[in-house]
Design a protein around this ligand. Structure first.
Ligand code: SAH
Ligand code: SF4
Ligand code: F3S
Length: 486
């Protein structure tokens, strides 16, 4: 996360450049080898772990070396044009691999697979398998088809699939922090966004399976889980009528429905030493009940990612975000009132959406000042085919203007990040250690509750420990400190 954050603030290429992670080698006892590269959001990384688990059941071990792989999967993202371009370039690279070893199979998974479907096979001749986000259970069958020489496609979107029963194989794990998917899909129709088309309808995962996964992670030594969903605030689970009988639910009524606040409580109760984070909160749905639950449990981290996208009411309306600038400001006030000034808040911003004027842009900047975001993911608008905005609005802000406005947003965010980090100097923070710092093995790094990266000399501490760190200095991206003994 912190790497993503740093790069993001600097050059704003989260999905496209820095989230390329490659799987570890656990292939020794398997017959065939699978190499997976993941792009896009945390959901996709989490899905790759489900894919690795499904494929392991069918004799595929993962490898971090594509030269020795029998099967290469790219788990792709469609959120901006550039994200898709990155994957297309990567495929060119794999062309050489396929030329040398024609038996290697190449599969495109994830959002790009869902968006482009069969078209991908026509455009990218080296691709053998195309599988959308709800089709991963079918992958072994698709691979078998490809083994027989047919191209294989499954882009069926499900209303039920949550992969609840699959134990993900943790890839590139630090052994301390893990992602846990709590829901899939999205029912919001933000006009700029491709996700509802690539991920399908929103559905929540059985809370018991979520709590079970978190317990197992804790027992394996993990100390932090991040609950993932496109809009976690609309998490809602009720017992499946087919399993439990309709009459039973009617009797139980709303009492039996698990909301996000209730889910948070259940996960927080797994163990006081297990930290809980979640992403993403939606400003229109984030309730005070969730904020009070966060306050009640020390192990729920005091950090909220609350993407605003724009500070202008006119643009928010065109984006179909379902809230106004004033509503968003009130939500910020509620966070500060209930969780205090130190609660970390981050955001996403889109510069240069359709018809955005200079005045709209100024409104975004002034809202950022109001909210005092700790950091943000910042993008310029990229029209996605098939979205409501592509159908109904004109992508009429010139690229130069988009880029200039984005740069102004980034510059302001860097100032705000530095200012917010300076407030942390002179205070002691509880930090969960995630590993060595990027620059030196004499230093460790972890994050405080507010999700800020803290770097400090290692002394006798180690990965997975909670330590108290006195912060004496900072940059816009990092807090620097020293362990204090109680
Ligand atoms: N579910 C999350 C966002 C998921 S996509 C939410 O509702 O906030 C992550 C971010 O990508 C979005 O918040 C938005 O800032 C950005 N994004 C999405 N579509 C985009 C587009 N067409 N052009 C530029 N940025 C986009
Ligand atoms: Fe996209 Fe909006 Fe859903 Fe987020 S809430 S995934 S931006 S449609
Ligand atoms: Fe990208 Fe799909 Fe995530 S479009 S951001 S990988 S949901």
């Amino acid at each position: 996360m912190e790497l993503i954050k740093e790069i993001d603030i600097l050059d704003n290429h989260r999905a496209e450049t820095c989230e390329v992670r490659i799987t570890q080698n656990n292939a020794l006892s398997f017959q065939r080898k699978l190499y997976i590269e993941s792009y896009g959001c945390q959901m996709n990384f989490s899905d790759s772990e489900i894919v690795a688990s499904i494929m392991a059941e069918h004799g595929f071990g993962t490898t971090s070396n594509f030269e020795e792989a029998d099967l290469i999967f790219l788990n792709t993202c469609s959120i901006r044009e550039k994200a898709e371009q990155t994957v297309r370039n990567r495929l060119k690279h794999f062309q050489a691999v396929k030329r040398k070893r024609p038996e290697v199979m190449i599969g495109i998974l994830g959002c790009m697979a869902e968006r482009l479907k069969n078209q991908l096979l026509e455009e990218e001749k080296i691709v053998d398998i195309v599988a959308g986000p709800d089709a991963y259970r079918d992958l072994p069958k698709l691979v078998a088809l490809a083994d027989e020489g047919s191209k294989a496609v499954n882009v069926f979107l499900s209303r039920e699939e949550t992969y609840a029963d699959i134990s993900p194989i943790r890839l590139n794990s630090n052994g301390v922090t893990a992602f846990v998917s709590i829901m899939r899909g999205c029912d919001n129709m933000c006009s700029f966004c491709v996700v509802p088309f690539t991920r399908g309808r929103e559905r929540s995962r059985d809370p018991e399976s979520i709590v079970k996964e978190c317990k197992e992670l804790f027992e394996q030594g993990y100390r932090e889980v991040t609950l993932l969903g496109q809009n976690v605030d609309s998490y809602k689970w009720s017992p499946n009528p087919e399993l439990k009988g309709k009459a039973q639910i009617e009797r139980a009524g709303e009492k039996n429905v698990v909301t996000f606040a209730e889910l948070l409580k259940r996960v927080a109760q797994v163990h006081p030493q297990l930290r809980i984070r979640f992403s993403t909160s939606h400003p229109k749905d984030m309730t005070d009940e969730v904020l009070y639950t966060m306050r009640e449990y020390d192990n729920i981290c005091k950090y909220i990612h609350l993407p605003v996208q724009s500070g202008s009411n006119r643009i928010l309306e065109l984006m179909n975000r379902g809230y106004t600038r004033e509503w968003y400001m009130e939500r910020i006030d509620a966070i500060r009132r209930i969780l205090g000034e130190d609660c970390g808040i981050s955001s996403d911003m889109i510069a240069g959406f359709c018809s955005e004027t200079e005045e709209d842009h100024q409104q975004t900047l002034s809202l950022m000042e109001y909210a005092q975001f700790d950091f943000s993911y910042m993008f310029f608008y990229s029209e996605r085919p098939g979205t409501p905005a592509a159908k109904r609005l004109k992508d009429d802000v010139p690229l130069e203007t988009k880029k200039r406005r984005l740069q102004e947003i980034i510059t302001l965010q860097n100032e705000l990040s530095l200012k917010r980090n300076r407030r942390d100097i002179g205070k002691v923070h509880e930090v969960l250690i995630e590993g060595f710092s990027k620059r030196s093995n004499d230093y460790l790094q972890g994050r405080n509750s507010a999700n800020k990266v803290v770097v400090f000399p290692k002394e006798n501490a180690k990965k997975g420990d909670y330590v108290r760190v006195f912060v004496h200095d900072c940059t816009a991206a990092t807090l620097l400190g020293k362990i204090v003994k109680d």
